[in-house]
Design a protein around this ligand. Structure first.
Ligand code: FAD
Ligand code: NAD
Length: 462
């Protein structure tokens, strides 16, 4: 067995762990990163990137198989053919390019990267069963970045035709029919993508609405688009089991029914990876199933830190990365604390949804009187030229001092507006700051400007 020593040991090479390692290395901290599987974690290998690649491919296919939008431009086309094996090879090539890039960035930052499973012995040492043999690593600081994994339902254990998101992203054929259990992020993003690829999709959601994380005004355009795609949605329903190509479901009234499906995608949330690698020996304080952390990502044990999905909601890659960067800087001696104010949440459905900060209801509950400005894309020239005039931008601010509390949008491609929204919130913008900023014409970002003007009671284009 080899003995290694370092200042910082990071367990898990997802967005949280690899970003922490790069920053720690850049700051001159002697750092070892241990990853059991592939660098990049869930996000790069089986999450954010492959799912967005699939969504892009599905959009391309849909534009050709349902060519109403192209026809309106005067473009007519012959029916297209899909070689799904090439789609998957293209998606996998993007993943490989990105994960190889992470390896190169770690090397450049002088991080020692080990492939193997770490077993924690205490807060200062771990055993790693690496490709190169067994290693015992001693550290001054331990960063736990072990992420999360898909949650299973007892009635629908993964295997065979019952798929997790990881399996769904690795299918070699487009299924003829797919039942999706859970209308959250994954169910909606992948469900819509498969519907566009030609799959007959049925969504079974336990709550009475899709995307329960977002308010109704934001999800209505997505619900309309689901109906246009021919996706059937069963709300308030429970999946009871799957046999012989039929998903048994208790509908909202409690009556039993079945959904014919070649495959079932179970997307009912993810659970933190906290067992099977000696974490229990540290006896750290928990917050429900997650590791409890403070605003510096410190756990209940000195010099043991935790970042990313293993620490709870929101389970998003950009939160994990921001925490990772911060923890490395704290270990290097900087004074930092994590601020939750402006973590954008984006659902890459069609249309996309963006939310940063407080919803109108939460803003009212926290601050009393509020102002709301909403500007629809149907009054935005650029959106019209892109055949994307569904949706809106909405700004929520305090009524007394006009400080912006939340910014939301639904519409094609609004994910790219999220940077402007987060920046406004992060910098403590007032409505007047947004209204006084010159927004380029013609762009969809003008809807942000106009929403602020509307909240101030001086709209120009509506
Ligand atoms: P992970 O990415 O889960 O990485 C943890 C790593 O730790 C893994 O690589 C694992 O192998 C390793 N590990 C675990 N235990 C050990 C051990 N004992 N020893 C060594 N290594 C270990 N988020 C977004 O922000 N935007 C999106 O668009 C988005 N899309 C998603 C789509 C899907 C289908 C899924 C499943 C998730 C998506 N997410 C998205 C969520 C995002 O992937 C996660 O929030 C993010 O990956 C969390 O990063 P992390 O570093 O905390 O953990
Ligand atoms: P989720 O929490 O977003 O949605 C789960 C859905 O399943 C909810 O609507 C819930 O009501 C429903 N549900 C739970 N139990 C059920 C049951 N027995 N029957 C029917 N419905 C049931 O979880 P997810 O979609 O699995 O995604 C997991 C996490 O991955 C998300 O929390 C998110 O943080 C991350 N993610 C993010 C993105 C993104 O940022 N665009 C994309 C994909 C995943």
């Amino acid at each position: 067995m080899t003995e290694l020593r370092c200042k910082v040991l990071i367990v898990g090479g997802g967005p949280g762990g690899y970003v922490a390692a790069i920053r720690a290395g850049e700051l001159g901290l002697d750092t070892i990163l241990v990853e059991a599987d592939r660098l990049g974690g869930t996000c790069l290998n089986v999450g954010c990137i492959p799912s967005k690649a699939l969504i892009h491919a599905a959009d391309a296919v849909h534009a050709l198989t349902e060519p109403h939008a192209l026809n309106a431009l005067g473009v007519s086309i012959a029916p297209p053919a899909l070689d799904y094996a090439r789609t998957i090879a293209w998606k996998d090539a993007i993943v490989t390019r990105l994960t190889t890039g992470v390896g190169a960035l770690l090397k450049k930052a002088h991080v020692r990267s080990l492939r193997g499973r770490a077993t924690l012995l205490d807060g200062k040492s771990a055993l790693v069963h690496a490709d190169t043999g067994e290693q015992r690593i001693h550290c001054e600081h331990l960063v736990i970045a072990t992420g999360s994994e898909p949650m299973e339902l007892a009635a629908l254990p993964f295997g065979g035709d019952i798929l997790s998101s990881t399996h769904a992203l690795a299918l070699t054929d487009v299924p003829r029919s797919l039942a999706v259990v859970g209308a959250g992020y994954i169910g909606m993003e992948l469900g819509m993508a498969f519907a566009k690829l030609g799959t007959k999709v049925t969504i079974v959601e336990a709550l009475p609405k899709i995307l329960p994380l977002y308010d109704d005004e934001l999800t209505q355009p997505v619900a309309r688009s689901l109906a246009d795609l021919g996706v059937e949605t069963m709300l308030g329903a429970r999946a009871l089991g799957f046999a012989d190509g039929a998903l048994k479901v208790a509908n909202a009234e409690g009556a039993g029914t079945t959904v014919a499906a070649d495959k079932v995608l179970v997307a009912v949330g993810r659970r933190p990876r906290t067992s099977g690698f000696g974490l229990e020996t540290l006896d750290l304080a928990m917050a429900g199933p997650f590791l409890r952390i403070d605003e510096r990502c410190a756990t209940s044990m000195r010099n043991v830190w935790a970042i990313g999905d293993v620490t709870g909601e929101p389970m998003l890659a950009h939160r994990a990365m921001a925490q990772g960067e911060m923890v490395a800087e704290i270990i290097a001696g900087e004074r930092r604390a994590f601020d939750h104010l402006a973590i954008p949440a984006i659902c890459f459905t069609d249309p996309e949804i963006v939310a940063v900060g407080l919803s109108p209801d939460a803003a009212k509950a926290a601050h009393g009187e509020i102002l709301i400005g909403l500007f629809p894309f149907r009054a935005n020239g650029r959106a019209m030229t892109k055949q994307a005039d569904e949706g809106f931008v909405r700004v929520v601010a305090r009524a007394d001092n006009h400080v912006v509390l939340g910014i939301h949008a639904v519409g094609a491609g609004v994910s790219e507006l999220s940077a402007a929204f987060s920046l406004a919130l992060e910098m403590g913008a007032r409505l007047e700051d947004i209204a006084g900023t010159i927004h380029a014409h013609p762009t969809e970002s003008e809807a942000f400007h106009e929403a602020a003007l509307k909240a101030l009671g001086k709209p120009l284009h509506i």
